[in-house]
Every structure is written in C-alpha cells, then in structure tokens.
Design a binder for this molecule. Structure first.
Ligand SMILES: [Zn+2]
Length: 498
C-alpha cells in the first residue's frame, strides 16, 4: 500500500523533471452547459464546439445528453442517424443556401413549392406508374397544397372534372384509376380535390349513397371497399364524403348493415371508434391493432363530424390518455412528429399528429382549459415550424417538401407539411353555439361546419420565428381544405335530398 510519503515523493519527482500542474483549457468556454455526457457519444456532438447560432434549449448539449438510449437496437441506431442528419440544419450550421428570414430561419419557399405541386399535376416520370391506383390522391395533395399557399386553384376545375369523370363507377364512388373498383380512400381524395375547385357537380350523389351503404358494417365501422379491410380510414373517409355531399344519413334499403338492425350510417360508429383506442392511448386502424398517428387524426376528425368535439370525443375516447400519446410523438431534437413510438420524425405527421391538437383542444371541458396563443399549448409549435423550415424544404430550384433531409420531396409530404404549418401558426375555435344537425331541413350533420379560424398575431409569429411570407393560409381542421372551399360545399348541398 502506498504511504503518504510515497505520494509526496512521486509529486516531487514529477516537479523535479520540470513538470508542473496546469489547468486544463475549457473546450466549451462559451457554453454554460455541461459538456461531459455518459453513454454513447451523441451524434451531433461534433457540431457543439463550433456552434455559432443561438439554439433552442432542447438542442443544447446538456439537454441533448438526456436523450441517450443506453441500449443499441436497430431502432435506436436509426433514431441517432436521423438526429445526426437533421442537426446541422436545425442548428443552422448548414442553411443549404436557402434564403433566410429576419429570425435566421429559412423562409418558406412559397413559389418553388407551388411550382413543384403544379408540376406534379402534369406528366410524371415512369416510376409514377406505381401510383396508378392512387391518382386522386395526387389531385388532392397538389391542388389543396397550392391552395394552402394562397394560389388560385380554380383553373383546375374543368381539367379535374374531366379527369375524374371516368374514375366514377356507375355503382357509385371513385376508383383510383380507369376500370378500378371504387375505394373509400380514392373517393375521399376525389371529393376533397373537387371541393377545393368547387367542382362537385360531377359526383353522382345517389349512386355514392348506395355504394357507401355497401361498405357500412354491422359493427358500426366501414370497409375501405367491398370485400376489403374494415378500418378507421374507411370511417373518416365515408363520413367526410357523406357530410360534404349532404347525403342522407339513413342507410339505403339495400345496405347489408340493415340486416343487422342498423338504420343510419352513424349507428354504432362512435363505439366502434372507441374500440380502436389502445391501452397506450393512441388509436389503431381497427380494434386490437397497432396504434398510429394518422389513425388518431381519422378518429378525432370522424368524431368531430358526428357531433361537437367536446361532446363526441370524450364520449368515446380517453382524452387524457390520447393527449399524452400524441404529445409523446413530437421528437427530440428534431421537433417534428413521428407516427409511432420509437419511430423516426417525418414531416407528413406535422398534419396527422399536429392537426390532432386542434381537435383535441376543442374537446377540453372548459374554456379555461383551452390554450389561447400560438406560444402556449400541448405541443411545441416553434419546434415543428423549425423542423419544417430547416429540414423539410428541398433546396435548389426544384422546391417541394420532404419527409426528412435524406428523402425526396413529393406532393403528399408537401401538402401535409403545409397543413401542419397552418395548425402551428393559426387558431381554430369550435363555435359551441352552432347547431350540430339540420333538424328542420335535410338532417345533415353540421358540427364540422362550426369551426372558425383566425390568423396568428404578429407577436405569435415572432415567437415562432417566422415572417409574414412564411405564413400559410387557414386550413379547416376536419376537412383539410381551405375554409372557403368547405363553405361552398356546405351551401351547394344545403337542401339535401338526392
Ligand atoms: Zn411521411
């Protein structure tokens, strides 16, 4: 055992050889946070010493250290890789040559994004043949996306009507391409695209009513097509179409669900949606399946069609559990949303999860529980805006928005990124005084038409680090269209009947 004396000798020897005790330089002098972190090195660590810009607290080195996983799995590796891919853009070390706004964030590239969406409605390269069964989706994403950028989309009306006319089947509903069976997703996308250009006259409403009657199920849910899977997309798509077109709520006489005693499209639907909520709080595509962010939106939007959100959502869902699950989908450090636990950030969930908060806030019991400014809330709006502007925009001439920096832009991610931006930038209120059913007249469900929106204030836009030109239009929280388009559809079919 070394004696105190031995220790002294050793120190003496060291000093004799000219060594001296020196204070080690602080490598992180201009950073007040702790630099040493336990666990595997954080993928963005190389960025920290040379940081030149102010970064939000969730991106400083002490905070980043909290998010280490000490187990290594393919999921944790993919999460670390994605964080490393995004951090240079999030911290503004690399601005990709994008023009910057007065807060130092990239501007929203309105014109290149609108040009990109316009281009997707023209001739497409050969690999798009794989999208043949999803053509109406392209129409919806590209037309609605342009409208969110305040582009005039009325020029598409005649072209769209002539393009979708052959996709409509005589038995009702729309297929994805020529000669294809009717499908709820394609029907929804077609009806939304037509609503965006005020071109709904092409829809055969009576045939649509009959066809939807064939996909309504005895347990309350809807199949996506005759003989196809029954899931929550079917419920949201069908109820959206029924409401926008003001189809009768009573089931057609030939609906197979009538044999089970159901009378109306809404019978047992709320209960069926409630069965899709899992023990985690999120919503699955069907009872007992895995939960997913996009299904949460379908559930909340469908319930918001059935009745006022503060009535229908708490009646069928555990709101606290769902809110917790939704909030946990916002990723750190990226600030965007993932669609499932332990999955990667992806800009399309800016809508699928981000827009859920608008609906769920309206379901809170008293006005005092609701959040009133863009700065407050159950989710970090500034973080989402930062992710979309720094990581979601394709640099260069091409424009368009993308899932994450390593992916290519497309119409789907552009449309839903813009919708997510709208949810972060503006306020939506449900008017609790509005009627929820046109009882004296057509019987139409009116709850989804009782939403009002107002633009975020200049002060709020400052808190989100955006300038006026980075602000998108108001997007309807249930129908994911401009409010003006929704209002035109409400008026067009006010009288009901077939
Ligand atoms: Zn995506």
């Amino acid at each position: 055992m070394a004696s105190q004396q031995d220790g002294d000798d050793t120190l003496d020897e060291l000093l004799k050889d000219g060594a001296r005790i020196e204070e080690l330089p602080d490598e992180d002098e201009d950073n007040n946070s702790a630099t040493e972190m336990n666990g595997p090195p954080f993928p963005g660590k190389h960025l920290q010493p040379k940081r030149k810009h102010d970064v939000p607290p969730w991106m400083n080195s002490a905070t980043l250290g909290l998010f280490h996983e000490d187990s290594q799995t393919p999921s944790t590796e993919a999460l670390a890789k994605t964080a490393a891919e995004c951090l240079p853009f999030l911290t503004l070390e690399d601005t990709q040559g994008l023009p910057l706004n007065s807060h130092g964030l990239p501007h929203l590239r309105r014109k290149p994004h609108a040009d990109f969406l316009r281009g997707c409605l023209g001739d497409l390269p050969a690999p798009y043949a794989a999208m043949d069964a999803s053509r109406p989706w392209l129409f919806y994403w590209c037309i609605a996306g342009q409208s969110f950028l305040d582009e005039d989309v009325s020029e598409y009306k005649d072209r769209l009507i002539e393009t979708v006319r052959p996709l409509q089947n005589p038995g009702g509903g729309f297929g994805g391409g020529h000669g294809q069976y009717s499908h709820c997703a394609c029907t929804y996308a077609t009806v939304l695209a037509l609503t965006a250009v005020d071109g709904l006259e092409v829809v055969d409403r009576k045939a649509m009513w009959h066809w939807l009657g064939t996909v309504k199920q005895a347990d309350g849910g809807f199949r996506m097509a005759i003989g196809a899977e029954e899931d929550i997309r079917g419920a949201y798509c069908a109820m959206t179409v029924i409401t926008l077109l003001n189809l009768p709520l009573e089931l057609p006489p030939d609906s197979p669900a009538r044999k089970a005693g159901l009378q109306s499209f809404t019978d047992s639907l709320g209960n069926w949606i409630g069965r899709c909520q899992s023990y985690e709080g999120g919503i699955a595509g069907a009872p007992n399946n895995e939960v997913h962010g996009a299904y949460a939106f379908c559930a909340l939007a469908c319930l918001s069609i059935l009745d006022a959100p503060h009535v229908s959502i708490p009646a069928f869902l555990d709101v606290a559990l769902l809110t917790r699950w939704l909030a946990s989908m916002q990723t750190t450090p990226e600030g965007g949303f993932a669609g499932r636990p332990n999955k990667l950030v992806d800009a399309c969930y800016s809508h699928w999860v981000g827009a859920c908060f608008t609906l769920i806030e309206a379901a809170l019991p008293t006005p005092a529980d609701k959040y009133t400014t863009a700065k407050e809330g159950m989710w970090n709006k500034a973080a989402l805006v930062r992710y979309l502007l720094t990581c979601g925009q394709q640099p260069g001439k091409k424009g368009g928005m993308r899932d994450k920096p390593s992916t290519r832009p497309d119409g789907y991610h552009t449309c839903y990124s813009l919708s997510g931006l709208s949810a972060a930038q503006h306020h939506h209120h449900y008017d609790t005084q509005g009627s929820t059913r046109d009882d004296g007249g057509s019987g139409r469900l009116l709850a989804a038409f009782n939403w009002r929106a107002e633009r975020g204030t200049a002060e709020e836009m400052k808190a989100l680090n955006v300038d006026e030109e980075d602000v998108v239009e108001l997007v309807h929280p249930v129908f994911v269209l401009r409010f003006e388009a929704v209002e035109a559809a409400r008026k067009r079919f006010e009288g009901g009947g077939l």
